[in-house]
Design a protein around this ligand. Structure first.
Ligand code: GDP
Ligand code: MN
Length: 439
């Protein structure tokens, strides 16, 4: 879950991180009142859960309450990267001398929580990483020892901070690390952490992203969830316990299991298509859940074909098939569909789907190729058989003795073609005769 700037900064403040004074306003009049109460130059900031608000015109300085009201009336209702601004934060404006980036993230490769910092703050850290990777300072943190003072000081030195700023910075670094741990975050970030004209360090922006897997132990944070900021599809997916991430491709994927979902997306890509979403319906998905998943996928206007890839284990193929049929009654669609059902109750599943207009596939490769063709509005043409000679015994070559135990496999030597026979002077070695033991 992403927390808003004002929520993140309030949490940071509890950990000794200095933040500007300010209040949230829902209307231009409220913004004027907050500015009047603060009694000085303010900055009016859109509260939407995306970065780059500054660049988009969602952060503006106002010199007096009148200006604050005007600026707020412009920012409220503004659309920033697809999100409507419903609230603004009116903060005391800072006199910014220097902008620093400070973040705590999980570095999966290092298997450590890692503190990241850069003297090139203000802009997005991904941009710094791309254009000037040498300007990024990374400190892996030992999970048992936590952030050590010397590590925080090393970062401060590398940032070029001097005197009191070094001490202030270590307090902020410790606070940010502790806030990250206590909220079960996947990201805690101050961008920018500024050095002000008065020589103070101040967290001007803040961002926390919590790990939803830890949300059951954070009833305190649950109230901070902003449902306005979720797309309808995301909210519906969450309410049905579906793992859904919308992407910008054309092939909707409904899959059970995160690993299988990743594989499905890869294979769709491999055959020239692009997935419209990641969707894991999870194990033991009920018909209801499947129907919800289908509604969510079909709500995306980019979806030109649908690929169901279900590997029945705990999830029963017949249950999934019933879900698909139910959903198709609720949301009739012209979008072509390809289904691959394998595993528990696959026969029953296929029988249920027999009535629905759907292509079936027995392998994932075939399913992906069919879906890619369907998305392009093309007819699926099976590829010619690969020019491979497979030296595997055929069914009838495996003799079944009366004992019921399979006999040792008889390997028949492939007939060499004329060309091959000319090339190889020596005849191929005869396969070893099966020993008695093996029989
Ligand atoms: P973001 O663009 O969504 O990351 O929003 P930020 O809160 O980081 O604001 C963007 C930029 O606006 C900052 O990098 C600053 O340069 C500027 N800014 C933010 N707050 C203040 C302020 O109090 N005073 C001044 N002068 N500039 C500010
Ligand atoms: Mn920022």
């Amino acid at each position: 879950m992403k927390l808003h700037e004002h929520q993140s900064k309030r949490i940071f403040a509890q950990y000794g991180i200095p933040i500007p004074k300010g209040e949230v306003a829902n209307t231009p009049e409220e913004a004027r009142q907050v500015a009047a109460d603060l009694g000085r130059r303010v900055v009016v900031k859109s509260q939407v859960l995306v970065g780059g608000r500054g660049k988009a015109g969602g952060v503006k300085v106002a010199n007096n309450p009148d200006e604050a009201e005007q600026v707020a009336s412009k920012i409220l209702g503004m659309n920033i990267k697809g999100l409507t601004v419903r609230k603004v934060l009116v903060d005391e404006a800072a006199d910014i001398q220097q902008e620093i980036y400070l973040g705590v993230v999980i570095d999966r490769a290092a298997r450590r929580v890692t503190m990241i910092s850069s003297a090139a703050g203000g802009m997005e850290i991904e941009e710094v990483a791309r254009t000037a990777p040498d300007k990024i300072i990374k400190v892996p943190i030992d999970p048992f020892l936590g952030l050590r003072d010397y590590q925080a000081r090393q970062v401060a030195f590398a940032l070029g901070l001097k005197g009191d700023h070094i001490r202030d910075f270590t307090i902020i670094a410790h606070g940010l690390y502790q806030a990250f741990l206590d909220t079960d975050a996947s990201l805690a970030e101050i961008n920018p952490l500024v050095v002000t004209g008065e020589g103070k360090l101040l967290a001007v922006d803040g961002k926390i992203v919590t790990d939803d897997n830890g949300s059951f132990r954070h009833q305190d944070l649950a109230a901070l969830r902003d449902v306005d900021e979720e797309t309808h599809s995301e909210a519906e997916a969450r309410s049905f316990g579906l793992n859904y991430i919308q992407l910008d491709g054309q092939i909707g994927c409904m899959v059970n299991g995160a690993g299988l979902a990743m594989t499905t997306m890869d294979i769709v890509k491999l055959f020239g298509g692009s997935p419209a979403n990641f969707l894991d319906i999870g194990g033991g998905a009920s018909a209801d859940k499947v129907a919800a998943a289908l509604r969510i996928i079909l709500a995306d206007p980019n979806v030109k074909a649908l690929l169901f890839n279900i590997f029945g284990g705990i999830t029963r193929c017949d249950e999934v098939a019933r879900g698909i049929v139910t959903a198709l009654q609720q949301v009739p669609t012209e979008v072509p569909m390809v289904v691959r059902l394998v595993g528990t109750n696959e026969e029953e599943g296929r029988a249920i789907l027999a009535g629905a207009k759907m292509q079936t596939a027995s392998t994932l490769v075939e399913a992906a190729q069919k879906a890619v063709a369907a998305a392009k509005g093309e007819e699926y043409v099976p590829p010619p058989p690969p020019p491979l000679v497979v030296y595997a015994p055929k069914e009838h070559e495996i003799a079944m003795p009366p004992s019921g135990k399979p006999a040792a496999r008889k390997i028949t030597k492939p007939k060499p073609t004329k060309k091959a026979a000319k090339k190889t002077a020596k005849p191929a070695k005869k396969p070893a005769k099966p020993t008695k033991k093996a029989q």
